[in-house]
Design a binder for this molecule. Structure first.
Ligand SMILES: NC(=O)c1ccc[n+]([C@@H]2O[C@H](COP(=O)([O-])OP(=O)(O)OC[C@H]3O[C@@H](n4cnc5c(N)ncnc54)[C@H](OP(=O)(O)O)[C@@H]3O)[C@@H](O)[C@H]2O)c1
Length: 290
């Protein structure tokens, strides 16, 4: 197989959690020269077997990188990490910011980029662990027209599709909040439906049987309901991050004058499951909310 060589190919991935690790591997597999950094160095070490160069210090990871991609928990962690990286970043470096940070933090990060001569792309992603590993994410991208070809080659390596939302940063972060509201509604709906069946003494797997192939069926329903029935709560999207993102949705919606009763009730469910010790599990552990 001929290895693709990209014109701009040195990329630093900062944050190698569930999503960042998969993204780093796919970039390396697709001909990019990837260096990675993670707060907990040991967790990133296994990426070396996929050819990724793992650094203990963020400044080492970004020095010589043409492009950096942040995939961290939230706005605060991204700001902290980018600040630490700054002394080793060259002016004109492209910064793809893919963590879900919400509107206010995105504005702060965009301002930071402008003040420090970085070319900023607001590019959260749709899709969870499986699609990330398969290079099938959907990239929700906003940023300047210049450099789009360069960043598109990165998006093509990690995703099945890019939706270009706007030249204006922030629009993607806004769209991501609307999408998360739908993901949370589905997740709670599935968990509650199976809980009700169980509490009423009906086999919960009959819910799956009845829905199968009908208009309420979808791949997400199948995946998450099967996870609950089989007791597999390995995180694709952690419940802790679902709490964070529910709060971002509620905050943005309030400011925009939209009542989001479903997301607010869902946040309470997530929090109850979190307090019961299920925060690091998949968000479908909302099933355990008592
Ligand atoms: N998983 C999904 O399905 C999914 C889908 C779309 C978007 N997202 C979003 O993508 C981002 C990453 O998600 P993920 O699932 O990969 O999360 P994750 O597995 O929880 O990873 C979080 C990453 O952030 C790092 N981090 C956390 N707090 C930090 C801090 N204070 N300083 C520096 N680094 C810090 C973690 O480092 P350590 O390893 O040291 O803890 C880890 O690298 C989140 O914004 C999430 O909302 C996730």
């Amino acid at each position: 197989m001929t290895q693709i060589v990209h014109a701009t190919n040195k990329i630093a991935v900062l944050g190698t959690g569930i999503m960042g690790a998969a993204i780093a591997c796919n970039l390396q597999k697709n001909g990019f020269n990837v260096s990675a950094w993670n707060r907990t160095y040991e967790k990133a070490k296994n990426l070396e077997e996929f050819g990724v160069t793992v650094h203990e210090y963020v400044q080492d990871a970004v020095s010589n990188a043409d492009i950096i991609l942040t995939m961290l928990k939230d706005g605060d962690s991204v700001l902290k990490v980018i600040n630490s990286a700054l002394p080793s970043l060259s002016k004109g470096t492209i910064w793809i910011q893919s963590s879900t940070v919400g509107i206010t933090a995105n504005e702060q990060l965009e301002t930071f980029a402008a003040e420090n001569g970085l070319k900023y792309f607001d590019a959260p992603v749709q899709g969870t662990k499986g699609p990330a590993e398969q290079g099938k994410l959907i990239i929700i991208a906003s940023g300047p027209l210049s450099d789009r070809n360069t960043v598109q080659s990165i998006f093509d390596a990690i995703g099945q599709r890019t939706v270009w939302v706007s030249e204006q940063s922030g629009m993607s972060s806004k769209l991501k909040l609307a999408l998360n509201s739908w993901a949370f509604a589905l997740t709670h709906g599935i968990a509650e439906s199976l809980s009700i069946a169980k509490a009423l003494g009906v086999d919960p797997s009959l819910v799956i049987d009845v829905v199968k192939g009908g208009p309420m069926d979808n791949m997400y329903f199948q995946l998450k309901s099967t996870a609950i029935i089989s007791g597999n709560y390995d995180a694709s999207f952690s419940l802790d991050n679902a709490v964070k993102d529910s709060e971002l949705v509620i905050d943005a919606s309030k400011r925009a004058g939209v009542k989001v009763d479903g997301v607010e009730a869902g946040l309470e469910r997530f929090k109850r499951a979190q307090q019961a010790g299920h925060g690091s599990k998949d968000m479908v552990a909302t099933y355990f909310a008592k």
